[in-house]
Design a protein around this ligand. Structure first.
Ligand SMILES: NC(=O)c1ccc[n+]([C@@H]2O[C@H](COP(=O)([O-])OP(=O)(O)OC[C@H]3O[C@@H](n4cnc5c(N)ncnc54)[C@H](O)[C@@H]3O)[C@@H](O)[C@H]2O)c1
Length: 413
C-alpha cells in the first residue's frame, strides 16, 4: 500500500471510469509497430495481443501498516485529494492483509500490522492461504504479483539460495538469509502466481527461486523499475556511443522525500539501489571494445533523502564527454520527475504482460520484459541488455511472436 502501489491502483480505477488517461502505459496506449518499415496505421497493441482489460482487474496487497488504499494514497501525497474523490469508496475497500515482517531487512520502518508465525516456512504457508482466500473472495481466474514494497538491504545469494531444497531448509530453520520479500515471492511461486520485483533487493533472482519457477512453470521478472534517471541514461548513452563520442565522467545525483527516500537513507538499502543504478553504463558502452572512448569513465550515483520534496524527485546528471580531436564538452540534465507517476504505468504493464506470458506458456525469467527494469534478468549465458531501444525491440518482437501464435490458434479453432 505504498506510494507506487496506491498510485497504480487509484490510477486504474480512475482510468476505467473515464476520469483520467493512462499516460505512460504501453499496454493501454502503445501500438504494434511492424517488424520493418514505417506505417501510418499500426494497430493498438492491446488489439493485437489478448491482454486482460482494466475492467477485469481486482487489487489486493499486504502492508506493515493497517491503512487502506485510500488513506495510504492520501498519505503518500502523489494523487491529490480532489482527484481521489471519485474512487474513494473503491479504494477504501482495498485493505492490506497482515504483512510478513522480520525487522532488519528494512531498517527504517517498524510496522504493527504483521503476521505471527513460528517459522519462516509457516509464514510462506500464511501468505499462500491469503492468496487463495483473495482469489476465491474476488472470483479471480488468475493472479499476478508485483513487489512494490520497500527496498530491503543489499544481499548476495548465499548457500541457502542455491537450490529449492536448501531454501526450504532455510525456511524451516529461520535462516537470516531469507528476507521478507523472498517469503512473499516463494509463496507466489508455490501458488503458481507470476511474480515481478519492482525493487532492487534480492527476491526472485537467485537459483532456488528460478528452479522453483521452472518446476512450476511460472514466469518471473525483475528487478527495480526503470523509471527516471536510469531510463534517460539508457536512452542517452546508446546515442553517444552510436556517434562514437567519448565519455570521461557521468555523475548522477537525486533528491527525494517520500518513504522510499527515507528507507534509502539506510546504507544497506542504498547499496542495493546503487548496484542496480551503476550497472547499466558499462554494458552499454563496452569499454573493453572502446578503451580510448570509455576506458577511464568515472561513474557515480547518489541519492539524498530530502523530506520537503515528497514524491517529486529531482535528478541531475552531469556528463563530461569529448569529441573530435579530444575536445571536451558537457551535458547537464535536470529531471524534475514524480516517482510514483512514472512507476505506476510500469506496474500495470507488467501485471498485464506477465499474465499474458503465463497464458502463452512462458516460464522462468522473462528477458523480453527487460525494458521495464534497471537490472533485468539474465538468461543462461546471454549478457544482460540495458539499452532502452534494444530492450524495446526485444519486447516488441516477443509480442509479435505471441500475436502471430494467437492468430494461428484462432484460425485453428
Ligand atoms: N519510480 C519509482 O517510484 C521507483 C523506481 C524503481 C523502484 N522503485 C521501488 O518500488 C518500491 C516501492 O516504492 P514506493 O515509493 O511505493 O515506496 P513506499 O515506501 O511508499 O512503499 C513501500 C511500502 O512497502 C511497505 N512494506 C515494507 N516492508 C513490507 C513488508 N515486509 N510487507 C509488506 N509491506 C511492506 C511499506 O510499509 C510501504 O507502505 C521501492 O522498493 C522502490 O525502491 C520505485
Amino acid at each position: 500500500m505504498g506510494a507506487v502501489a496506491t498510485t497504480t491502483i487509484a490510477g486504474v480505477m480512475l482510468v476505467r471510469r473515464g476520469r483520467a488517461k493512462p499516460v505512460g502505459s504501453m499496454t493501454q496506449l502503445g501500438r504494434m509497430a511492424p517488424a520493418t518499415g514505417v506505417t501510418r496505421d499500426a494497430p493498438l497493441l492491446r488489439d493485437v495481443v489478448p491482454l486482460a482489460s482494466l475492467d477485469q482487474l481486482r487489487f489486493g496487497g499486504w502492508d506493515i501498516f493497517a491503512d487502506d488504499a485510500y488513506e495510504s494514497a492520501l498519505g503518500a501525497g502523489v494523487i491529490e485529494e480532489r482527484d481521489l474523490e471519485p474512487v474513494r469508496d473503491e479504494l477504501r475497500a482495498v485493505r492490506p492483509m497482515d504483512a510478513v515482517f522480520y525487522p532488519g531487512y528494512v531498517r527504517r520502518l517498524n510496522g504493527t500490522h504483521v503476521k505471527r508465525a513460528c517459522s519462516k516456512a509457516e509464514m510462506v504457508e500464511s501468505v499462500r492461504s491469503d492468496i487463495r482466500k483473495f482469489k476465491a473472495e474476488h472470483g479471480c481466474d488468475r493472479l499476478v504479483a508485483i513487489w512494490c514494497g520497500s527496498t530491503e538491504v543489499f544481499q548476495r545469494p548465499s548457500a541457502t539460495h542455491a537450490t529449492v531444497r536448501s531454501f526450504e531448509r532455510g525456511l524451516t530453520e529461520g535462516s537470516d538469509d531469507i528476507s521478507n520479500a523472498q517469503i512473499y515471492a516463494w509463496a507466489c511461486l508455490e501458488e503458481r502466481v507470476p511474480f515481478a520485483n519492482g525493487s532492487p533487493n534480492l527476491c526472485v533472482d537467485f537459483p532456488a527461486a528460478l528452479e522453483l519457477a521452472r518446476e512450476h512453470a511460472v514466469p518471473v521478472a525483475g528487478k527495480d523499475f526503470k523509471t527516471g534517471q536510469t531510463m534517460l541514461k539508457t536512452a542517452l548513452a546508446p546515442a553517444l556511443k552510436a556517434r562514437l563520442l567519448g565519455i570521461h565522467g557521468w555523475y548522477s545525483t537525486n533528491i527525494l522525500g517520500n518513504r522510499d527516500g527515507a528507507v534509502l537513507e539506510d546504507p544497506g538499502s542504498f547499496r542495493a539501489k546503487e548496484a542496480t543504478k551503476l550497472g547499466v553504463l558499462e554494458q552499454i558502452l563496452e569499454p573493453e571494445l572502446n578503451p580510448g572512448l570509455y576506458g577511464s569513465l568515472a561513474h557515480k550515483v547518489r541519492i539524498d533523502y530530502h523530506p520537503p520534496r515528497g514524491d517529486a524527485k529531482e535528478a541531475w546528471d552531469s556528463i563530461d564527454l569529448f569529441g573530435w580531436l579530444g575536445y571536451p564538452m558537457q551535458i547537464k540534465i535536470d529531471f524534475q520527475g514524480r516517482d510514483s507517476i512514472l512507476a505506476a504505468p510500469l506496474v500495470l504493464d507488467l501485471a498485464l504482460l506477465l499474465d499474458l506470458a503465463a497464458r502463452a506458456g512462458l516460464s522462468g525469467p522473462q528477458e523480453w520484459l527487460s525494458f521495464f527494469f534497471k537490472s533485468p534478468a539474465a538468461v543462461a549465458e546471454r549478457r544482460v541488455e540495458h539499452s532502452l531501444f534494444v530492450q524495446q525491440r526485444m519486447l516488441e518482437d516477443a509480442l509479435r511472436r505471441m500475436a502471430s501464435r494467437d492468430a494461428d490458434a484462432r484460425v485453428d479453432a
